[in-house]
Design a protein. Structure first.
Length: 166
């Protein structure tokens, strides 16, 4: 008997479609606080800290909060792309740099990942959705900057700010 990946159906969920290096992705609309242009990005370099978390290249200040901007292309191991928009994540200090945002749509089913997904992608994606006849990965927003990476970056930033205030 063939085993089918998990399929969750029922209530719909609003998702925002975005692209990175020509690839389309979706993220839960409720996971995104706002979408911004890239004009306010600041270069971010903490030496060995940013080498350890190499997907971080920028920060963004909004309403007194520093957001660490994850380059989605680096996160998903895709070729270099054009920075176009920043998704500021809700309840997080992470934001995500993407090429473009497309639109918001409702999905009615989230398909489990096939067994062929065996590596990091099992953490990156919540599942797959079919949108306008196309299979689109639905990302896990918590995977962009996990707790360990957040701690590395925070401690590096605190060290840097401590040095600057001497």
């Amino acid at each position: 008997m063939r085993e089918h990946p998990r399929l969750r159906t029922g209530a719909h969920e609003g998702v925002i479609l975005f692209s990175v290096s020509g690839q389309k992705f979706a993220i839960a609309a409720g996971a995104v606080n706002e979408i911004r242009s890239c004009e306010e990005l600041r270069d971010f370099n903490l030496g060995t800290v940013t080498e350890r978390v190499d997907k971080l290249r920028y920060t963004l200040e909004r309403s007194g909060t520093t957001y660490f901007v994850v380059d989605a292309g680096r996160h998903f191991n895709l070729r270099a792309s054009i920075r176009g928009r920043v998704l500021i994540l809700r309840n997080s200090t992470a934001a995500v740099l993407v090429d473009s945002t497309d639109r918001m749509v409702d999905i009615f089913a989230l398909h489990g990942l096939p067994r062929a997904f065996t590596g990091e992608e099992r953490i990156w994606y919540r599942g797959l959705a079919v949108i306008a006849g196309e299979v689109v990965p639905v990302v896990n927003p918590a995977a962009f900057l996990n707790k360990a990476e957040q701690e590395i970056v925070r401690s590096g930033l605190e060290r840097l700010q401590g040095v600057g205030s001497l």
